[in-house]
Design a protein around this ligand. Structure first.
Ligand code: PDD
Length: 302
């Protein structure tokens, strides 16, 4: 007997069907497929980037393209396309999906050679898988969450030792986010050897006596593209910056705190492990940096 599986009609609510990019093709999202043997799926053997879109333009695209090349290089993965081609795909997806404010997600995995094996497949015969899709986020810049500020819990950082590579191994950060939600908070900062590394999906900062303090770069944290831009802008605005480790106790005694990421820009933090910072509302430095960042990046968007 032959079985025929009829796929039930799925409801996507009011959300319109997106056009996504998979391995050279622009397709309706429900028609886009990759192999069940894809190493991104089986081994988390893949890297990603998230680039924001404001006014239909890409924010800091060059920074994301550069970090992508680095992530691929660190994992001996073939870089399947030039930055120009990548830019073209990003722009085409923004156009096809009419994105005004939102995000573009890009993932490149080591592909599939049709089986499961711990050893990498031969890059000569196995092409990487390239997937991109858009997320429309009206109100990304004028965010109510940023006006309120985020409440943070601290959790142990038990991730792998190469967090500077932007891999798709996001299970623990997802668990951290769920721990925060369960505690009635918005996000978690991770702690290793007594010091804050970073947030689940962002870099972490405190401000004390007008000095901005954030962990120095290394293998322990992702080298945030937003971090680089925000620190440059802070220095240009004559603000003092210290790149060094800090503890959660120091953070609780700080005047203010914030996080940075491509998906939330500069996000003020108002509470850490139940302790309100300053007045318990978004701080002056974080608010100012958010304004400066958004203004400058909008002007430089491509
Ligand atoms: N996350 N640290 C971690 C662990 C991150 O996952 C991210 C970004 C950052 C900030 O990097 P950037 O400024 O380049 O976005 C720091 C993205 C937004 C995400 O996973 O959705």
């Amino acid at each position: 007997m032959q079985w025929v599986y009829i796929r039930p009609l799925r409801s996507f609510g009011d959300r319109r069907m997106r056009t996504v990019y998979v391995n050279g093709e622009y397709l309706p999202e429900q028609e886009a497929t990759i192999s069940i043997f894809d190493r991104g799926f089986l081994m988390a053997d893949g890297v990603y980037e998230v680039t924001s879109v404001l006014d239909g333009k890409l924010i800091d695209f060059d920074g994301h393209a550069k970090r992508l090349r680095r992530s691929l290089g660190e994992l001996d993965m073939t870089n399947p396309m030039s930055s120009d081609d990548l830019l073209e795909i990003h722009r085409e997806l923004v156009r096809l999906n009419e994105i005004d404010e939102g995000l573009i997600y890009l993932q490149i995995t080591r592909g599939s050679d049709g089986d499961r094996d711990f050893a990498f497949p031969d890059p000569e015969t196995t092409a990487p898988t390239v997937v991109l899709f858009t997320q429309s986020k009206p109100g990304l810049a004028d965010s109510t969450a940023a006006k309120k500020g985020a409440k943070i819990i601290s959790i142990d950082d038990i991730r792998w030792g190469r967090r500077d590579i932007k891999t798709v191994q996001l299970l623990y950060p997802s668990m951290g986010k769920m721990m925060a939600k369960k505690a009635g908070c918005d996000d978690a900062w991770m702690i290793e050897d007594g010091y804050v590394t970073e947030g689940t999906g962002n870099n972490a900062y405190i401000v004390k006596d007008n000095t901005i303090i954030t962990r120095h770069l290394g293998n322990e944290i992702l080298h945030g593209i937003t971090r680089a831009a925000v620190l440059r802008m802070a220095r240009e605005a004559q603000m003092k910056v210290e790149e060094r480790s800090f503890t959660i106790e120091e953070a609780q005694e700080a005047d203010e705190a914030f996080t940075t990421s491509a998906s939330a820009f500069v996000m003020p933090v108002v509470e850490i492990d139940g302790v309100a910072l300053g007045e318990g509302v978004p701080g002056k430095v974080a608010t100012r940096l958010r304004e400066i960042y958004l203004q400058e990046m909008r002007n430089a968007a491509i």
